[in-house]
Design a protein around this ligand. Structure first.
Ligand SMILES: [Zn+2]
Length: 86
């Protein structure tokens, strides 16, 4: 029985390695923390103008934090939940 458990463990390990190798060959895994995405800064500063589409903030800034969707290396969609970057 001992050899059967070892064989089952070996097969399970080999299958697990194969599944992980297959997953990593199909997909790219990106890991971000909140500092990389500057989510902490975005929530702490800036005027929140959600629901008010505008090109210029009341402070005069034209730079925004936005959520956007890229398609073919261009912005295809962006959300109106903009926050001033100043
Ligand atoms: Zn502003």
């Amino acid at each position: 029985m001992k050899w059967l458990n070892r064989l089952a463990g070996l097969l399970f390990g080999l299958i697990s390695v194969g599944v992980v190798k297959n997953f990593l060959s199909k997909y790219e895994v990106l890991v971000f923390d909140k500092k990389d995405l500057a989510e902490d800064d975005q929530e702490q500063s800036g005027l929140d103008l959600r629901g008010t589409p505008t090109h210029v903030c009341t402070c005069g800034s034209r730079i925004w934090y936005v959520k956007s969707v890229f398609d073919d290396y261009e912005i295809a969609t962006y959300f109106l939940d903009m926050v001033c970057a100043e």
